[in-house]
Design a protein around this ligand. Sequence first.
Ligand SMILES: [Zn+2]
Ligand SMILES: [Zn+2]
Length: 188
Amino acid sequence: MEFAHDTQVVLAAAASLVNTTLSEPDALADAAGFEAWMDAQPYTGDRAHTDDERTAVRALRDRLVALWPAGAGAECPDRDRTVELVNTILDETDARPHLARHDGWDWHLHVTPRNAPLADRMGAEIAMAVADLVRVDDLSRLRRCAGEDCDAVLVDLSRNRSKRFCDTGNCANRAHVAAYRARRASRT
Ligand SMILES: [Zn+2]
Ligand SMILES: [Zn+2]
């Protein structure tokens, strides 16, 4: 199963949003942190650059956490509950799917006008991307990092479903080093 490019980009952006809670302090705690995070995000369209805009994005973030397992080794979220959240967000944001091509991006899905509030645009696009996973019954692509002491969420859209570690930290390297040390220790 190949996922559309915009689905991949939007799901990665959703994981990035949820992971903003992990930095110290919270990356969305103030306007400067918010702008720095936004600079690395794929969203185009109008911006308000207000505290209300940031507050709305934080509120969206609080809801999106429920799309991922609650912790390492926890069950995947219930599909029907995910559907409920997806449908609620699509309804609230008055989503109207249409294709757009701009800023060097080939045809991709937009679901809100470019002057809709940022949090609505984010929420609607993420809801549509998650809808792709729901339709192929593949919500287990949304995972928690297997790294020790890491709470980051990730999206594994790889063909062989082999992604275990987040992109935010150094978790894969640390796990390799730990495994290497364990092997050496067991030999002595
Ligand atoms: Zn676009
Ligand atoms: Zn990690």
